[in-house]
Design a protein around this ligand. Structure first.
Ligand SMILES: Nc1ncnc2c1ncn2[C@@H]1O[C@H](COP(=O)(O)OP(=O)(O)OP(=O)(O)O)[C@@H](O)[C@H]1O
Length: 393
């Protein structure tokens, strides 16, 4: 994965309690099919769901959701409203590009377009924003991580050896960005004969599950090869909406239930944050929901000590005070630290001496994501990393 010089901080208007990426390192394995059905399935369970189709070269959401309308313009120049379909909000290049437009774009153009999906789409408040990632581990992955660091990633793979090799590569890329893997979905797992029910393990059913187990990640479920999945995709009606007892609909619903339960476990839906203030900072204290402490959450409170100092109280009662500039200089994200060598990439002279914070958001159960006043926000600071940053105050 490379950082091109054109890449800049991405401003975002996303307004979601949780951002979850759906990724497959290999193309055509059914990642968009899983994304769309997961989004609609979670909406059926009462969540406010958005879907950002980040596959700029090969957008699918427009077709799979059956809405090819142009987005309505927003009240401010260069802003648009997301589209709606089957109870979710979504945006896709397929709703913006002319069908005849060849989508052969350079990395920087993809980055710019994707950044606009974050900065110019007027997302409503969402419980969860799913990002349908393009295949591979290219620039889109970095743009996504910079714009709004995902709380987790769902990995989609078919069971073939070749697909799994790529999948492991993709998992490493997310691990380097400190994004936790929420689980694996095995698509096109087997072929079931609608006549006699005979199952043909065409590609080696269970291989993706075995890899998930080997790597220590949850397995979310397997989807069969089913013409209903393909036909409903072509018809723009997600198959999870079918009121049928078919094996694929049941399997998809089981996957949605597991993801839903996983979001609760990760506490991403009960996300909390601390808004920073220029004045009046003594009133700025944020406390995580009480039940978290019982569940072993390591942080008891977060507060603004002064204009440029952040206070943390850990569950064992110790407090720690960290200056906002040292915090910015310690950012562990892929733009500030070389992913492979671990060498620092951030030039300290580029960090303003009077830097402060705008907001500090919780990320799952494992850390905090600060948004700094210079616009930088791609760093996820795990709790152990934060604790190691400074002696208790
Ligand atoms: N389990 C399945 N059974 C039958 N057809 C499927 C299944 N999963 C996906 N498909 C079909 O395979 C095609 C590719 O699926 P999809 O677009 O979801 O893959 P993708 O991984 O997102 O592709 P891309 O790499 O282009 O982003 C679509 O026509 C879809 O309907």
């Amino acid at each position: 994965m490379t950082t091109s010089p054109e890449q800049k901080t991405v401003q975002t208007r996303t307004n979601a309690h949780a951002v979850v990426a759906v990724h497959s390192a290999k193309g055509g394995v059914g990642k968009s099919t899983v994304s769309v059905n997961l989004a609609v399935g979670l909406a059926q369970r009462g969540l406010r769901v958005g879907l950002l189709d980040a596959d700029i070269h090969g957008p699918s959401a427009t077709l799979l959701l059956g809405n090819a309308d142009w987005p309505d313009p927003g009240p401010e120049p260069n802003t648009i409203h997301p589209l709606k379909a089957h109870g979710i909000h979504f945006i896709s290049m397929g709703n913006i590009a002319n069908k005849q437009t060849p989508l052969i774009w350079r990395g920087a153009m993809v980055h710019n377009m994707l950044s606009q999906f974050y900065s110019q789409v007027l997302w409503p408040e969402l419980d969860i924003l799913l990002i349908d990632m393009p295949p591979g581990t290219g620039d889109a992955l970095l743009t996504t991580a910079q714009a709004d660091p995902p709380s987790g990633v769902i990995v989609v793979s078919t069971p073939q050896e070749l697909s799994l090799l790529d999948t492991v590569r993709g998992v490493r890329a997310f691990r380097d960005l400190n994004v936790p893997i929420l689980g694996f979905v095995e698509n096109m797992s087997f072929l079931s004969c609608t006549g006699c029910g005979y199952e043909d393990d065409l590609f080696g059913k269970g291989a993706a599950e075995a890899v998930a187990e080997q790597l220590g990640f949850p397995f979310l479920g397997a989807l069969p090869i089913d013409s209903v999945i393909c036909d409903s995709g072509d018809a723009g009606v997600p198959f999870v909406l079918a009121r049928s007892a078919s094996a694929s609909v049941q399997a998809m619903n089981a996957i949605v239930d597991k993801v839903h339960a996983g979001l609760d476990d990760l506490d991403v839906l009960g996300a909390w944050s601390l808004e920073w203030a220029e004045l009046d900072w003594l009133t700025r204290v944020a406390e995580p929901p009480e039940q978290r402490e019982a569940a072993g959450y390591p942080l008891r409170a977060l507060w603004q000590v002064s204009r440029d100092e952040l206070g943390l109280m850990w569950a064992d009662g110790t407090t720690q005070i960290i200056g906002t500039r040292p915090l910015r200089l310690a950012c562990p994200c892929a733009r500030c630290v070389d992913e492979i060598s671990g060498e620092p990439l951030l030039d300290p002279d580029t960090v303003p001496s009077d830097i402060t914070l705008r907001v500090v958001k919780s990320v799952g159960r494992y850390g905090l994501a600060p948004v700094f006043s210079d616009g930088h926000k791609s760093g996820i600071f795990s709790f152990p990393y934060l604790r190691a940053l400074g002696a208790p105050g």
